[in-house]
Design a protein around this ligand. Structure first.
Ligand code: NAD
Length: 287
């Protein structure tokens, strides 16, 4: 079974972007600019935002963090988004989720100019992806998954792809992206009856549930490619929904490839965020 190395591909994407950005800065006299908005003091969110800024700066992008206190009102947050929407020097806006409970997430996402919506969560981008438009900004994790499959030269067209999870962030857009790439797609979720019956048909199985040890070897088709999106912590150790689960020795005998956790989909999510930012920047500078 092949272990698909997401860290290596993310590194390669970032070094190519760094070269492209240096070239564009010379040509267009400005760097791509990504604005990160963090509300509250959740340490995980602060770490994620810090990592995104570090990665952006490392390849020559401009990146600011707007760190707002927990008690920030929805109106104040909307005012900041409006200001960033109107600022022509800003290419991309990302509001780190989850937001504090008193703020309505959909209202905030809908307020971001969809052309700057680097996370691809605005209904306009969701709609563009659903209609298979090349203009859609694709959410970062699904884009990372597609890049991994393409880098590994895993044929998607005509394959049966089963996606477990239907979140707006991962499952749903991943399924749409696989459909756009001509897979036959089944979406499974917490209400799905007879999950093993469906997973056994998957030539590509994408697992995004946040629940380790749910997938066992007898739920896989011989030769299946398993993309493990899940990130779970067990006894302080990072595990996937599939990778490092109790059944991995048996899974290894059946699957043809799997993404590890850590080092699989995770690093690709940040690399895709940078690619999305650069793509939006190019739309803005190349007229
Ligand atoms: P979510 O909680 O929003 O969605 C989970 C989905 O799993 C839901 O659609 C639910 O219906 C489904 N589900 C839950 N239990 C199930 C079950 N027993 N059988 C079938 N389906 C079930 O989570 P999310 O934001 O989509 O994230 C999923 C996982 O991916 C989490 O572990 C998260 O940490 C991880 N994640 C990783 C990355 C990355 O970069 N690697 C990015 C985002 C999310």
């Amino acid at each position: 079974m092949k272990i698909i190395n997401g860290s290596a591909l993310a590194k390669k994407i970032k070094s190519i972007l760094a070269i492209d950005i240096a070239f564009c800065v010379e040509k267009y006299n400005r760097a791509p600019k990504l604005e990160l908005v963090l509300v509250g003091d959740d340490p995980h969110s602060a770490t994620h935002v810090g990592n995104k800024k570090k990665a952006a700066n490392a390849i020559g992008m401009e990146c600011d963090i707007h760190s707002l206190p927990c008690h920030t009102s929805q109106t104040e947050l909307l005012e900041l988004i409006d200001q960033l929407n109107k600022d022509a020097s800003v290419d991309a806006i990302l509001v780190q989720l989850p937001l504090p409970k008193h703020i309505d997430t959909n209202t905030i996402i809908n307020a971001i100019d969809y052309r700057k919506d680097v996370d691809g969560l605005h209904p306009m981008n969701v709609g563009l992806l659903c209609t298979s438009s090349d203009d859609a900004i694709i959410p970062c994790t699904p884009r990372g998954i597609l890049s991994l499959l393409q880098e590994e030269q895993i044929e998607i067209s005509g394959k049966h792809c089963v996606v477990i999870g239907r979140s707006n962030l991962v499952g749903n857009p991943t399924a749409r992206l696989m459909l756009k790439n001509n897979a036959s797609v089944t979406i499974c979720h917490s209400k799905t009856r007879d999950l093993p019956y469906l997973t056994r048909q998957a030539e590509i199985l994408i697992v995004a549930i946040g629940c380790p040890n749910l997938i066992h070897a007898d739920m896989l088709k011989e030769g299946a490619v398993v993309i493990d999106v899940g990130i779970n912590s067990i006894d302080g150790k990072l595990v996937g929904d599939v990778y490092n689960s109790i059944d991995v020795p048996s899974i290894e005998k059946i699957a043809s490839a799997i993404t590890p956790v850590p080092g699989g989909v995770g690093p690709m999510t940040i690399a895709s965020l940078l690619q999305n930012t650069f793509d939006i920047y190019k739309r803005n500078v190349v007229k």
